[in-house]
Design a protein around this ligand. Structure first.
Ligand code: ATP
Length: 238
């Protein structure tokens, strides 16, 4: 079997000494689209932040492309090819769409390269091109979410981590958002996404992990999870 792109090995972490994640292990293989699903407060965001280097594990290890990345800073994980798009968009609302995108390429110094990446973003998301000079705050919630993802792609990540992209979107927009995520994945980016919208996420992902109070309680192919009695009962109201 291929070497995992990302390997999270038995990590424990929390906030101010209060443990939140109790021994989580996750693998993402090159080219996969993997979902971590679970309810509010289960520890999904904390897991993502730990992979991104925003929080450091008290135990356990993280490796990326076969190298140990445990303890690296967020800046260093971006340089290694990990991009984290946090929950809640976190855009610079008073800056233009183009300026927000350029900030996503902060690790790049070459103007020509930044412009080439902007062109790619505009090609992938034409809506952003037509709004390039508009302030981010003037766009709809769904458009802002697309901008947040496009900004995450500006660092040309090998692994794109998306945290609750469906949050605050109307149901019809959630489906569109999942299609956008699939498009990015088809363009060659490995994707790890976190979602409370369990069914919608598993419908686009290859594999999934179900997280509950800081532990992985189930894992499998998306189809296995969608067919699972536990998942259907606990997360899909069936
Ligand atoms: P959500 O969908 O609400 O983001 P989640 O599954 O991503 O849920 P986390 O945000 O990882 O869950 O939260 C896991 C636990 O950690 C929760 O009990 C939460 O209260 C706690 N927690 C999260 N962020 C902090 C923080 N900055 N300081 C202290 N505790 C935190």
């Amino acid at each position: 079997m291929a070497q995992p792109l990302l390997e999270v090995n038995n990590i424990h972490c929390g906030y101010d000494g209060v443990p939140v994640i109790h021994g989580i292990s996750i693998k993402v293989f090159p080219g996969e689209l993997v979902a971590i699903v679970g309810t509010n407060g289960a520890g999904k965001t904390t897991t993502m932040k730990t992979i991104a280097g925003l929080i450091h594990p008290s135990q356990g290890t993280l490796s990326f492309r076969g190298e140990n990345i445990t303890g690296l800073s967020a800046h260093e994980t971006v340089q290694r090819g990990i991009s984290y798009v946090p929950e809640g968009r976190r855009l610079f609302s008073k800056l233009s769409v183009r300026e927000n995108l350029e900030l996503g390429a902060y690790i790049v110094k070459d103007r020509g390269e930044i412009n080439a990446r902007l062109d790619q973003a505009f090609e992938l998301f034409p809506i952003l091109k037509s709004r390039a000079d508009q302030m981010a705050e003037t766009m709809s919630g769904g458009e802002q979410q697309v901008l947040a993802i496009a900004r995450g792609l500006m660092s040309k990540p090998v692994l794109l981590m998306l945290d609750e992209m469906s949050l605050g979107l109307m149901p019809s927009m959630v489906e569109k958002m999942m299609e956008t995520i699939q498009t990015i994945h088809e363009a060659g980016v490995t994707v790890l996404l976190v979602e409370q919208m369990v069914q919608e996420a598993l419908e686009v992902a290859h594999r999934g992990y179900v997280i509950q109070t800081g532990k992985i309680v189930l894992q499998g192919t998306s189809q296995e999870l969608l067919d699972s009695h536990e998942v259907r009962k606990a997360y899909m109201g069936m």
